[in-house]
Design a protein around this ligand. Structure first.
Ligand SMILES: [Zn+2]
Length: 352
């Protein structure tokens, strides 16, 4: 698009942090700076990868650490949860790591990030206390919680300790607290089992709806509208999503269309593209773009999902396209920033 930019890189880098919001193409509501072994991209490098394409990013690590269990994989050091049978465990230090990365930036650079708290165990009644502690230790930093996970294919069953559930009061307690503070809650919960028997009831749909209903004061983003690597769109996925979007008790729930595994379903055929576009055009305020990239090393890889969605964006009205790419992010996260800063001020007398 802008071949001159390649040759003017050093000059461009100096000005990137101060471009007006309208100059960017897209905001990213779902991004992991670090991976399952807590390694990732240096945040200053990542700013260069965002370049003049991505304006703002919801920034988090991954709350789960893959154990390197010598008895299981020997000298092979797993870096991903599919590479070993050894368990995952909650790694709270991720929040301090993300906060310190954010604090290493200039004020102008910080304005491009919305850090999120993820290092809590959603089956623990004390999870909300962890979030409170992170906010009071690092005031002025965080805008939300998540991405945290309840049902996720191949992952949930590998986590040491109690299995997460949508009906656990610990989850209610932490969503209540997020609502009280004004933190956005970005939650991953699959809409169905990985390999359901034909006609099997997707019980997660009802449990999710009930959970969302119990927390009307919390802004919730449902990650990937419940899809996964093999959790494919349940029969009439769009009908389920529309039911959610038209329910007046669920007007606080939003959907992110992040992850290449999700994009592959939505852009599979001209028909799936049209169906997804029709849904988004009907409810343009309720969808957010996200990449779900993990620790990318270059812009091409980082924007892979954005490029996959080109045919979908082409089918959106100009208004819907603008909202999904940028406007909804700015509206929700600006509000979260305002509310969380106010809570911090009220709860410890100043946010700096
Ligand atoms: Zn993710």
């Amino acid at each position: 698009m802008r071949p001159a930019a390649r040759f003017a890189a050093p000059l461009l880098a100096l000005t990137l942090a101060v471009l007006p919001a309208a100059a960017y193409e897209v905001n990213d509501s779902h991004f992991h700076l670090t991976n399952y072994i807590q390694r990732g991209t240096d945040i200053h490098e990542f700013l260069k990868i965002m370049g003049d394409k991505v304006g703002r990013v919801a920034l988090f690590g991954i709350p789960l650490q893959q154990t390197w269990d010598y008895g299981n994989s020997g000298d092979f050091a797993p870096t991903y949860y599919l590479q070993t049978d050894a368990p995952l465990y909650y790694y709270s230090f991720t929040d301090a790591f993300i906060a310190m990365a954010y604090k290493s930036l200039t004020k102008e650079e910080q304005a491009r990030f919305d850090p999120m708290i993820t290092g809590f165990n959603p089956t623990d009644m004390y999870a909300a206390d962890h979030i409170r502690r992170v906010l009071t230790t690092f005031p002025g930093v965080f805008s939300g919680i998540g991405e945290f996970t309840i049902h996720k294919e191949f992952v949930s069953s590998k986590i040491a300790g109690e299995t997460a559930s949508l009906t656990n009061p610990a989850l209610d307690r932490l969503l209540d607290f997020a609502g009280e503070v004004g933190l956005i809650a970005l939650m991953h919960s699959d809409v169905d089992m990985p390999f359901p028997k034909p006609g099997q009831e997707p019980y997660q749909v009802e449990q999710l709806r009930d959970l969302f209903k119990r927390h009307p004061k919390t802004t919730i983003i449902w990650a990937h509208c419940g899809l996964g690597r093999v959790v494919h769109p349940v029969k009439d996925q769009m009908a389920i999503v529309e039911k959610l979007l038209t329910n007046p008790d669920l007007s606080h729930v939003y959907i992110d269309i992040s992850w290449d595994e999700v994009a592959k379903y939505l852009v599979a055929t001209p028909e799936t593209i049209q169906r997804a576009a029709d849904g988004i055009n009907r409810y343009p305020d309720r969808f957010l773009f996200g990449t779900d990239e993990v620790a990318p090393t270059e812009q091409v890889k980082y924007l892979k999902v954005y490029d996959m969605y080109k045919p979908l964006f082409a089918k959106l009205t100009p208004e819907a396209s603008e909202k999904v790419r940028k406007g909804n992010y700015e509206r929700l996260f600006d509000e979260a920033r305002r509310k969380v800063r106010a809570w911090e001020k009220a709860n410890q007398g100043g946010s700096k």
